[in-house]
Design a protein around this ligand. Structure first.
Ligand code: TYD
Ligand code: MG
Length: 479
């Protein structure tokens, strides 16, 4: 037997060493060196191209066949996968422990079981536990094949024998191990080797493979992101455990768009699809309260209206507190700085809290204007009119910039009964050649208020505007 030597490889530059070190000698990065499979397990190098076979080239112009899709009977899951499952593809479902990954995949396989051969392999629970859960979900009659197994060699052998299944779920990849490697399950080498083996057999046998992966405290999948490049689709299941909403987000998809989201609600009987997320995110909103503003956002291909809440209160601390939930902290600080420098609001000496209601996380800069409106409203004590939606990006000089998919946002707002929208001023007045032609405004009754600068936002709040004029806006609160 060949001597097995350990090999440590820098994940940044690929340099190999024989022992672990905190810092990579060749690129200088810290904490990038991980133990990898011994060389002997890897394919031998191609020495001089001898003995290689000639590969067949085909013309790029040929007609490509679209991969056939299998519906999971869960619309939100289909959407996030790009319109259904693709044969032979591997889908990684990541998320915090307890967020509902097993529940989602058990529901999906139970529904898929109606017209496909499904296999659910669990390395975390006993078969009876899965049965009990299926019963709780009301899906105990579905013909899904269950197994409790963790040895990948056994799993691969079972998949290669007989008629292949259509869908296989591995829950979770961190509990799987390959006996050809002597490191513990869940380590980088194990996770990578097991995933590689399973993906290979999925491609060969043409079944769709779901891999469940737990996110570690650092927010990466254990076996730091080693799986993301190996699979075709990466979905993250997110949400606050305190909230019942769960969001399934596609962050990579070789067979569809990314940034698509699916919205679910965790109930006593499992996950329920939320077909109208806007209505749900706005359900608990109280009208005419200061510091609240509705943002018309886009998640993937879908418009989503969500409430942004701000609280501005005089601080007793030397360094006032700034906190944001569901929104980037750096972006909040930038907007505060713009409001201070370009609109004369003095937020210094105030604690500031920002929250995106419902547990959604917003990444779009298009929410800047809504964040600013919520902040100014909280600061002045004047509410944003309850029937108003807001969107627009804010630049450092205080200008409001146009954002994509204006019509879609307005259409959704109109559908939900909003009467007014604060939107970026468009280039239509320029009239110069080459300027964008006037965008088609959606039909409906929504009244548009153009915003060109953050000062236009501030002037919507009478308390804020008059207080700045008086120079008396040091204490905030408005009244
Ligand atoms: P689970 O799918 O086990 O999470 P993961 O596989 O991501 O670790 O979900 C567990 C949580 O979901 C648990 O806290 C209980 C809750 N839950 C419900 O609220 N309703 C249900 O019908 C089920 C099955 C679970
Ligand atoms: Mg689980």
């Amino acid at each position: 037997m060949a001597k097995v030597t350990k090999s440590f490889v820098c994940q940044n530059c690929g340099a190999a060493t024989s022992k672990w070190a905190g810092k990579c000698e060749s690129c200088g990065e810290w904490n990038t060196i991980v133990e990898e499979a011994p060389r002997e397990n890897l394919p031998k190098g191609v020495s001089g191209g001898k003995g290689g076979r000639k590969i067949e080239f085909v013309d790029l112009r040929g007609v490509a066949a679209l991969p056939p899709r299998r519906t999971t009977h869960i619309g939100e899951l289909d959407r996030v996968c790009g319109g259904g499952l693709v044969e032979g593809s591997a889908i990684l479902v990541g998320g915090d422990p307890g967020i509902g990954k097993s529940t989602l995949l058990l529901q999906a396989t139970a529904l898929l079981g109606k017209d496909a051969a499904c296999v659910y392999i669990t390395g975390e629970e006993a078969v009876d536990q899965v049965r009990l859960r299926a019963k709780r979900l009301g899906m105990e009659t579905s013909p899904v094949q269950l197994a409790a197994a963790t040895n990948v060699r056994d799993i691969v052998a079972s998949m290669e024998a007989g008629h292949p299944p259509d869908v296989v779920v591995i829950d979770s990849i961190q509990t799987m191990y390959s006996d050809s490697i002597d490191s513990a399950p869940g380590t980088v080498t194990q996770v990578r080797t097991c995933a590689h083996e399973l993906i290979r057999v999925a491609k060969k046998r043409g079944f769709t493979l779901f891999l469940v992966g737990h996110v570690t405290k650092e927010g990466t999948l254990a076996g730091p992101r080693v799986l993301e490049h190996m699979v075709d689709t990466v979905l993250y299941f997110e949400g606050d455990r305190g909230h019942q909403f769960r969001i399934l987000r596609a962050v990579k998809n070789r067979f569809g768009p990314t940034d698509e989201i699916g919205v679910f609600e965790m109930t006593d009987a499992g996950l329920k699809e939320v077909l109208n997320p806007s209505a749900l995110f706005l359900a608990e909103r109280r009208g005419n309260v200061s510091g609240s503003c509705v943002f018309a956002g886009i998640e993937g291909t879908r418009p989503v209206l969500v409430e942004i809440q701000a609280l501005v209160a005089p601080s007793s601390l030397g360094t006032p507190r700034r906190a944001a939930v569901g929104w980037d902290m750096a972006r909040l600080n930038m907007i505060l700085a713009v409001l201070e420098a370009r609109a004369g609001l003095a937020f210094g000496g105030h604690d500031i809290y920002l929250n995106v209601a419902g547990g959604l996380r917003i990444q779009e800069p298009a929410a800047d204007l809504a964040v600013a409106a919520a902040l100014v409203s909280a600061f002045s004590g004047d509410p944003v009119p309850a029937d108003t939606v807001v969107f627009g990006e804010i630049g450092l000089s205080g200008e409001i910039r146009a954002v994509a998919q204006r019509d879609l946002r307005l259409k959704e707002a109109t559908k939900l009964g909003f009467q007014q929208a604060w939107v970026p001023r468009t280039a239509r007045k320029a009239g110069a050649k080459g300027a964008d032609k006037k965008p088609e405004e959606p039909k409906g009754t929504i009244a548009l208020k153009d915003m060109g600068h953050v000062q236009d936002v501030v002037s919507q709040f009478s308390n804020a505007a008059s207080a700045i004029q008086d120079g008396a806006f040091r204490r905030g609160g408005g009244h």
